[in-house]
Design a protein around this ligand. Structure first.
Ligand code: COA
Length: 230
């Protein structure tokens, strides 16, 4: 699958995709338990518009997915874990009156990474935020690769080095290119994630159709993305 990429559709998730999503999770995160069918069913029950898959057009094989819910961010502490913000991955805490689309998952099959499918899933996710007139998208970018630097720098120093292009942080570099900005660094976000040692950068994208100057001004300039990273 690596050379010629067949036509791929990005579309809303249906129950027929569940088996494919479970298989995809196993390929992307071989060391962690995959999404369960019960969790995926719950996502479709509480917020069907928030669930997306990328599938090979001819056989509907799932090669990517993005799962989101709406939250009232102030209901959570800045140090809240992924488990808390997703109610243990069920999205039962989905709150249609919230202003934040929370990106709980995005993944692309390793065979077809770096082929712009992540970009397409993110574009579709921005479309959800725009259609629902939400202020922003927030997510946790696990600090994959921090494990190799832990003796030399703090998690914050690592993130600043990724931001300034001194280190390639596999997930965070992708999200910065997608227009996200860091706003906090949290420990224990995904406690079982060996590559990040649990650390994550909380990131946000402001919806240009809704965000005001005050929303932009409230951001800490420490996390401004240098022009050459964009
Ligand atoms: C993160 C992920 C979804 C990106 O998907 P992808 O399809 O490989 O990304 P794309 O091909 O759309 O890349 C989009 C941009 O990000 C950049 N990018 C992607 N992966 C990158 C990496 N490992 N290092 C640096 N930049 C990267 C691409 O160069 C591209 O930039 P460009 O537009 O300037 O060319 C995918 O790598 C993945 O599934 N990773 C494992 C799961 C994961 O960590 N998910 C995030 C959970 S927090």
């Amino acid at each position: 699958m690596t050379h010629h990429l067949p036509p791929i559709d990005v579309r809303p998730t249906t129950p027929r995709d569940f088996e494919g999503i479970v298989r995809l999770t196993r390929a992307v995160y071989p060391d962690n338990p995959p999404w369960s069918v019960a969790q995926l069913e719950s996502h479709l029950e509480v917020f069907p518009e928030g669930q997306l898959v990328a599938v090979i057009a001819t056989d509907q094989r799932v090669v990517g997915m993005a799962a989101s819910l709406v939250v009232t961010w102030d209901d959570y502490d800045h140090t809240a874990t992924w488990r808390e913000i997703t109610e243990s991955g069920t999205f039962r805490n989905h709150d249609p009156s919230g202003r934040t689309l929370y990106g709980a998952e995005v993944m692309v099959h390793p065979d077809v990474q770096r082929r712009r499918l992540g970009k397409r899933l993110y574009a579709a996710r921005r479309g959800i935020a725009e259609r629902h007139e939400l202020l922003r998208i927030r997510a946790g970018a696990r600090l994959r690769g921090y494990q190799r630097y832990t003796n030399r720098m703090t998690a914050e120093e690592y993130v600043l080095a990724v931001l300034h292009g001194e280190i390639n942080g596999p997930t965070l570099s992708f999200q910065l290119r997608e227009g996200f900005q860091v706003f906090a660094i949290v420990p224990g976000y995904l406690p079982n994630d060996a590559e990040s040692l649990g650390w994550a950068a909380l990131i946000e994208w402001l919806n240009p159709l809704v965000a005001t100057e005050a929303d932009h001004a409230a951001r800490d300039p420490k996390w401004d993305v240098p022009q050459d990273h964009k």
